[in-house]
Design a protein around this ligand. Structure first.
Ligand SMILES: Nc1nc2c(ncn2[C@@H]2O[C@H](COP(=O)(O)OP(=O)(O)O)[C@@H](O)[C@H]2O)c(=O)[nH]1
Ligand SMILES: [Mg+2]
Length: 532
């Protein structure tokens, strides 16, 4: 395995949101213009956010600048920022060969753009402190160790929520251009509409709300919301228990980068917290998991953590107390710097696609479906297809209205978790796992497909005819093994297989990653071909 050097900068990339500058000098006015247009490009690449590192060469060598050179460089860069309407934040400083190297975060302050949204799913054992941590982070009010943070959330939600019930829910944490938490300045810190309107970046925390004990809900939380990151929460006094280990396994298997938060630092005796941290680190380094722990102790580590977590190899580890607030500042700084993993804009030109994760019957409105927009966009009044139904058929429906973060909107785009009110169909007819598609596509109702499957765990052997539950996006359905290149299959085996949906056709695509599960069996696979 290739080692990652956390303190070295890789050579500069022409694409992307990171720019290196050794020194910025003013020769004439044109220079600022040129700098501004380059900045605009970097900002566009980062959806309104860019990183500038001053004092290093394009090869990533930290030369460093003296105070005078640095001041001049920053002045010119600030001018360029004014031209494009952006803000500069200094996030990290270190010594180079001849002086300082400064890392900057630049954000556009233009109002029109929607906030960058990053989905973080909280996993970990029941009682680890997940809901409390999310509550404390999103309200800014500390917990009393007896569940007060959650009770407070319930009170706030009573004000803003209209009795929506769902096993999985999300809570937004908004940051403004200056990296300040928007929630804390609101009279109701969980007012989604206000957060959405005032934030530059939103961390949308997904909480399984007590359902983390069920493998299938956990999978749903990780698969259908396509999180950018998993936040593995561990009680410092109890350590990573059995369920937490299972959650770590799921995140690793699905290749979702993760960070860990040890809570209850106020409660755990230091030697117990130390031992549990050591055990967790040992687990991270085990073959098959193969991660690089990064213990975050100071601001410097935060910047490294936010940069390197994206590789999927590095696992930043935080230690906090939800009761005395210790460590939360570093975690908040980290969240403010966290980058979206997926470039959703690339999916904008593709046909509309949304898997139905939830169905509601709303009084006076009718059938409402909720799900993540995976590609394309849809507007109020548009027609769309929904299906497949049990007989393989599809139905045309009309989108009556759209809600995003409880705010009515006319149009939605990829990466947004939305609800669509549909007409020409009734609530009873819709099933979770169906897909809403652009009505110009001719969708296939898939019954069989070829896949590459790896058996993560199975007590005996798998032969033809074996059945398990297939999980992909929000599809949950029984499949049967029709054929396998290698028969029988045992734990650790990887093989090409043919799978068939036993009771119901579904819409799945080549390249989709799925999980198979049955009693004590777990397997992961990817679809390589659709059969008809
Ligand atoms: N002393 C202390 N108690 C905490 C802390 N975080 C959570 N708790 C308490 O631990 C209990 C379980 O927390 P909860 O958020 O429900 O855990 P979840 O099941 O992972 O969502 C609650 O009574 C919290 O008040 C902490 O940092 N310190
Ligand atoms: Mg909870």
């Amino acid at each position: 395995v290739k080692a990652i050097n956390l303190t070295k900068y890789p050579p500069e990339d022409d694409e992307g949101k990171v720019e290196y500058k050794l020194k910025i000098v003013r020769d004439n006015l044109e220079k600022v213009e040129k700098l501004a247009s380059q900045l605009k490009y970097r900002l566009a690449e980062g959806c309104g956010e860019a990183f500038y590192i001053i004092g290093i060469t394009d090869d990533g060598l930290p030369e460093g600048l003296n105070e005078e050179e640095l001041k001049k460089s920053l002045n010119i860069l600030s001018e360029a920022c004014r031209v494009v309407g952006a803000k500069v934040l200094r996030i990290r400083e270190r010594r180079g060969r001849k002086g300082k190297v400064v890392e900057l975060l630049i954000r556009t302050c233009r109002e029109e753009r929607p906030p960058i949204t990053i989905t973080v799913t909280a996993l970990g054992n029941v009682d680890a402190g997940k809901s409390t941590l999310i509550g404390v982070l999103t309200t800014g009010k500390l917990d009393d160790g007896r569940g007060s943070a959650m009770k407070m959330i319930a009170r706030y939600l009573h004000e803003v929520e209209s009795g929506r019930t769902s096993s999985i829910y999300s809570r937004p944490l908004g940051f403004d251009v200056n990296g300040r938490v928007v929630n804390y300045s609101l009279s109701s810190p969980l007012n989604e509409a206000e957060i959405y309107l005032n934030s530059f970046k939103i961390i949308s925390f997904v909480d399984l709300g007590g359902h983390e004990r069920y493998f299938k809900t956990t999978l749903r939380g990780v698969m259908s919301r396509e999180p950018d990151y998993v936040m593995l929460v561990i009680g410092a006094n109890a350590g990573l228990l059995k369920m937490g280990k299972e959650h770590l396994g799921i995140s690793v298997a699905l290749r979702v980068p993760l960070f860990a938060v040890f809570t209850k630092m106020d409660l755990a005796p230091p030697h117990v917290a130390q031992r549990n941290l050591r055990d967790f680190i040992r687990l991270l380094k085990m073959p098959g998991v193969d991660k690089l722990p990064l213990i975050v102790k100071e601001v410097d580590d935060v910047v490294l953590a936010a940069r390197h977590i994206q590789s999927g190899r590095v696992v930043p580890i935080f230690s906090v107390s939800n009761v005395n607030g210790k460590g939360l500042d570093l975690l908040l700084r980290f969240l403010n710097l966290l980058q979206p993993r997926r470039r959703w804009e690339e999916n904008l030109k593709k046909p509309f696609k949304l898997y139905v994760e939830d169905v509601f019957n709303v009084k006076g409105v009718g059938a409402v479906v909720a799900g993540l927009v995976l590609s394309g966009s849809i507007s109020e009044g548009d027609r769309a297809l929904i299906g497949p139904f049990k007989d393989g058929g599809w139905r045309e429906v009309r989108v009556k209205s759209i809600h995003l973060n409880r705010v009515p909107v006319h149009r939605v785009s990829p990466g947004q978790y939305v609800t669509l009110a549909l007409s020409d169909i009734s609530f009873e007819e819709i099933e979770k796992g169906q897909v809403v598609l652009d009505n110009r596509v001719k969708p296939r109702s898939v019954t069989s497909f070829k896949a590459l499957v790896t058996i993560l765990k199975h007590p005996t052997t798998i032969k033809r005819g074996y059945q398990a539950v297939f999980h992909c996006h929000s599809v949950r359905s029984t499949i049967a093994f029709e054929y396998m290149d290698k028969e029988p299959l045992r734990t650790g085996d990887t093989s090409k297989v043919e799978l068939r949906f036993v009771y119901h056709p579904w819409y799945v695509e080549k390249g989709s990653i799925f999980v198979l599960r049955e009693a004590r069996t777990k397997a992961i696979g990817s679809i390589i071909d659709i059969k008809n």
